[in-house]
Design a protein around this ligand. Structure first.
Ligand code: SF4
Length: 437
């Protein structure tokens, strides 16, 4: 299987690059150039019928849905249904983040029902199985970890979040800082820090970064540099520990690229609205414009129950400022393992947020549907409106359930429909060539 980065550097346009170009309305040469420079990554499944997704500069902001078991709720059929709901609702990528059950089996089962590029976090299985065997995560054998990474790549994992940016330097920054309002909120990151402190050893994923890249580039699995010290509270945003990890991840993104491994950088967790732009500028500048996979960001800590909205507000901003892939947040965030309904709501909220950002980021391209729908709304062309809506079925259900008695418009304003009245009185202003273009 061809490595997209290496092919791009050689000047070759692959069928995957052509597919991304066609999906995005850009030229294949543009996709090749940006892939060669590491500003676009191409994630895909391993098998023929899988989707290909371009993530990065000049492309639509993509959204990821995460699923996976926990030790409290462990049902592989439930996770498979969630994977299918995510795809049906329009997620671009899926992360299989199971942390309980037969993890090889769950991964393979989920891969079998999804045509999306599927990502994962190898540290979860590594620590879960180590804890099962030794009852102690600090007994993790690094050789086992590398063996697992290869096994997961072989199974068809399209991108992997790997926590390479936690090293002894980042831990020292955290210790010297001496506080964290939100503690640590990355499952894999926290266990790796625990392992390093207990064994007084460097993170093997940092120490043997070349080996990580060698495995991933062989399978063309995209390396997503994990965010183990992300902020779990808005008051921890941009703190020295988080920045230390970001600096390292940006450095590693450059190293990974040079080694022929498609690479993106993850961040940042909880971030107040006025720090989102700075966060993205720092990531882009330090990494040479590597694609940025943003978890959230959540711009407040008090929205539990409605955190899909909290995250959507942050995600719209981050998409506008240059985030390339956004991880959805569901209404169950901070409360419970999401169910199928949570997944559907989370995907919709994230898609809406990504599009709101793209209207600004990709002005003239992403906002074409907005312009068309405005004119169709003005002209009461309902069917054409549905074609351009993000959620036509939801919209149609509301319209049909409370129909207007009026011949035009809807039951919101009835006879006082402003659009209908404007049509009569202001026709001459509405038919100008400029407005209809
Ligand atoms: S009735 Fe009101 S909300 Fe409905 S189409 Fe007319 S102006 Fe818009």
């Amino acid at each position: 299987m061809k490595n997209q980065l290496q092919e791009a550097v050689k000047g070759n346009i692959t069928p995957e690059m052509e597919q991304v170009a066609a999906d995005e309305g850009v030229s294949a040469e543009y996709v090749r150039e940006e892939t060669a420079a590491g500003r676009i990554i191409i994630a895909r499944g391993r098998f023929n019928d899988k989707k290909v997704v371009g993530i990065g500069k000049g492309l639509r902001t993509k959204i990821n849905a995460s699923i996976g078991t926990s030790s409290d709720v462990c049902d592989v059929e439930h996770e498979k249904r969630k994977a299918m709901v995510a795809e049906r609702e329009g997620a671009d990528t899926l992360m299989e983040l199971s942390a309980a059950g037969d993890l090889d089996e769950i991964r393979r089962e989920v891969l079998s029902v999804s045509s999306l590029p599927v990502g994962n976090v190898p540290l979860y299985q590594a620590f879960c199985e180590t804890i099962r065997k030794h009852r102690d995560p600090s007994k993790l054998d690094p050789e086992f970890l590398f063996e697992l990474i290869e096994r997961q790549c072989e199974d068809g994992i399209g991108f992997m979040a790997i926590h390479c940016g936690i090293n002894l330097f980042t831990i020292e920054r955290m210790e010297k800082q001496g506080y964290r309002y939100g503690g640590l909120c990355s499952k894999g990151g926290t266990l790796m820090i625990q392992w390093m402190m207990k064994n007084n050893r460097e993170n093997p994923l940092y120490e043997h970064f070349d080996r990580v890249c060698d495995i991933l580039k062989k399978y063309d699995t995209v390396l997503s540099l994990g965010n183990g010290i992300r902020a779990g509270a808005i008051h921890d945003s941009l703190d020295r520990a988080q920045m230390a990890e970001l600096i390292l991840n940006c450095e590693l993104a450059e190293t990974g690229r040079k080694q022929g491994c498609q690479t993106m950088v993850e961040g940042p967790g909880h971030v107040p609205l006025d720090e989102i732009e700075a966060n993205i500028i720092l990531q882009k500048k330090m990494s040479g414009d590597a694609p940025y996979y943003m978890l959230g960001p959540l711009p407040t800590d008090i929205g539990a129950g409605w955190d899909h909205i909290t995250a959507a507000i942050g995600a719209a901003q981050s998409s506008m400022y240059g985030a390339d892939l956004i991880c959805y947040i569901t209404p169950a965030e901070h409360l419970a393992l999401p169910n199928e309904e949570d997944v559907a709501i989370g995907v919709k909220a994230a898609r809406l947020a990504a599009h709101i950002g793209d209207v600004v980021k990709l002005k003239g391209r992403a906002d074409k549907r907005d312009k068309q729908i405005s004119k169709d709304r003005r002209d009461f062309k309902w069917n054409r409106q549905f074609e351009n809506m993000l959620f036509p079925e939801d919209a149609r259900a509301v319209l049909e359930s409370r129909k207007s008695v009026s011949d035009k418009g809807c039951s919101m304003c009835g006879e006082l429909c402003a659009l209908k009245n404007a049509e009569v009185t202001l026709n001459r202003f509405l038919e100008g060539d400029k407005l209809n273009s």
